[in-house]
Write a protein that binds this ligand. Structure first.
Ligand code: DSN
Length: 415
């Protein structure tokens, strides 16, 4: 079979450059990870050739007998991982999964109570720039000064706004979530509950964080972050919402499911069911805690007071008088990839905010542990405090390369 190398040398050389970038850098974007070769192979498999609109056993196309088995396995494994009553593995990614969840539970104009974006929420949780915000009425709760979710205020807002849905689960929030408390508040005001666990799904699957699935009406996730599967989405829900969820995904919002991605999800879920994955999730958290300590010791302000999961949101502006954008650029030059991020009630704009967000899933996949975390925190501090010193940044990049060479990534892969 022709590989990109022989049939498309331009794409092949770009893939090789991207592989080298991934190998030689420190990947600290908390939503990124490195999948196994088995997941990569399933993604690149012939399952991509098949149309299979509908559900396993009830398709609109012939020839689905093997695809059905693949999709059923993905569903069963997801149920086992999270204790879900019903699973739909067809959402193309996190944003479509969230939209499908809203379509399943809400009518246009209904009110949703979700977390403010700058306090760790997500665009698809009702930010005014999204299409969803023009369909539903989103009101926003925030975190308290000590970094915890302000559950009393959330309850007061729920009583005031009478939402049809209360939404938790975040993309830059680093603390544990009290799902039982949220469920009590939702029951009190007659709201549905939804959790978007995209960032922490792997930690939940491994039993390292609280699991909302047994409690909540709907739980959405991506499969490519801590869960370490292919880029894609998934919805878990109570049996009573199964029909509405399936209908919202197809034909409501999507066409043919990407069965190669579903095959890769099935492979990733089976990996996540193994004991090694539990150990991996524990190490993700340990590594994040070490980074927290190291940054605190160097005078950095950690938003929300610290971390209980895989990520840290750091206020670099008030700590070191550098913007998130400046820090991101300097660190890129030093071979360290993370992202600029708004901090709670950030006085600065989203393209040049006050914070940076970093996490440990990808470097933990590479096998890095406590000792490497200490080194990485020291380099980040060095790069931030010498952001205009190109020679210093290039020197850190060399040291980063020496470190990453010791933790090979896809050693036999070549494009
Ligand atoms: N873009 C993802 C993240 O980086 O958190 C969330 O959708």
């Amino acid at each position: 079979m022709p590989s990109p190398t022989s049939s498309d040398p331009i794409i092949s050389s770009l893939l090789q450059l991207e592989l080298t970038r991934q190998r030689q850098g420190l990947e600290l974007i908390p939503s990124e990870n490195f999948v196994s070769l088995a997941v990569l192979e399933a993604l690149g498999s012939i399952a991509t050739n098949k149309y299979a609109e509908g559900q396993p056993g009830r398709r609109y196309y012939g020839g689905c007998e093997f695809i059905d088995e693949i999709e059923k396995l993905a569903i069963e494994r997801a149920k086992q991982l999270f204790g879900a009553e019903h699973v739909n593995v067809q959402p193309l990614s996190g944003a479509p999964a969230n939209l499908a969840a809203y379509v399943a539970l809400l009518q246009p104009g209904d009110t949703v109570l979700g977390m403010d974006l700058s306090h760790g929420g997500h665009l698809t949780h009702g930010h005014p720039v999204t299409f969803m915000a023009s369909i539903y009425n989103f009101v926003r709760y925030k975190t308290a000064d000590d970094g915890t979710i302000d559950y009393d205020n959330l309850r007061a807002m729920a009583i005031e706004h009478k939402p049809k849905l209360i939404l938790v689960g975040y993309s830059a929030y680093s603390r544990e979530i009290d799902y039982t408390r949220i469920k009590q508040i939702a029951d009190e005001v007659g709201a549905y509950t939804m959790a978007d666990i995209a960032h922490i799904a792997g930690l939940i699957a491994a039993g390292e964080m609280n699991n909302p699935v047994p409690l909540f009406d709907i739980v959405t996730t991506t499969t490519h972050k801590t869960l370490r599967g292919p880029r894609g989405g998934m919805i878990m829900c109570k049996k009573e919402h199964a029909k509405a969820v399936n209908k919202a995904v197809f034909p409501g919002l999507q066409g043919g499911p990407h069965e190669n991605v579903i095959a890769a999800k099935a492979v990733a879920f089976s990996e996540a069911l193994r004991p090694e994955f539990k150990e991996y999730a524990r190490q993700i958290k340990k590594n994040a805690k070490i980074l927290e300590e190291e940054f605190k010791n160097r005078g950095y302000k950690i938003c929300f007071g610290g971390t209980d999961n895989h990520l840290l949101l750091i206020d670099v502006m008030s700590s070191k008088n550098i913007t998130g954008q400046e820090a991101e650029v300097a660190l890129d030059k030093a071979g360290i990839t993370l992202n600029k991020n708004m901090i709670p009630d950030d006085p600065r704009g989203p393209m040049d905010p006050s914070g940076i967000r970093l996490g440990t899933p990808a470097i933990t996949t590479r096998g890095m542990k406590e000792e490497e975390m200490k080194q990485i925190a020291a380099w980040i501090d060095e790069a931030i405090t010498s952001k205009d010193d190109e020679i210093k940044l290039a020197d850190i990049k060399n040291r980063v390369k020496e470190l990453t060479d010791r933790f090979p990534l896809y050693p036999n892969l070549k494009y």
